[in-house]
Design a protein around this ligand. Sequence first.
Ligand code: MN
Length: 229
Amino acid sequence: MTFPITPAQQITLPIYGSAELRFPVNNIYCVARNYADHAREMGHDPDREPPFFFMKPANALISEHDTFAYPHHCGDVHHEVEMVVAMGEGGRHIDAASAMRHVYGYAVGLDMTCRDVQTAAKQQGRPWESAKAFAGSAPCSQIMPASICGHPQSDDLALSLNGELRQEGALPQMIWQTAELISTLSKTFQLEAGDLIYTGTPAGVGPVQPGDVLEASLGKIAHLTLHVV
Ligand code: MN
């Protein structure tokens, strides 16, 4: 096959325990309001409203040794620490009972959000992409294969800003668990191997500034350090 233009490069993430293996990233799905305490802090009633989703382009990913460049179109960038599910197999209409078999591994990510742009978009009934999907909006750690760590169920999510703990949560607090999220997504979307799912953030979101250092962790499974410039 030949192309008349140079195809964009495959986006990849490093994989724990291997210098050579890379995880090839396809689409990035994100879940909104999946922790009740965060839904409340954003002014919503979290009582099992069905999960809803938005996306980021794969080339919004940044990883371990990258820096987060404060976006020019925004004056209030927030951190949202989230567990990231890395899909090893795709499918449609996957039932929750078999969903976990489709997972390759896990990571910790940050759903970086231009809160001022998002608030304006909500008020005007406009889409969220400028607030959620901008370049660099998807920091993510290396992928930990489920063959090594299993499927995390009770691990803690944490985010500290310049050494101060800002966000803390535990996976059991997720309103919709991983298997339910995969099943629900696959009813609407064609999931593919390489898809990432950002599974939502606990309370404590807040602003970052150039010069800040963010440290995100998912138990002992994944860790990410990010410098804001
Ligand atoms: Mn989020």
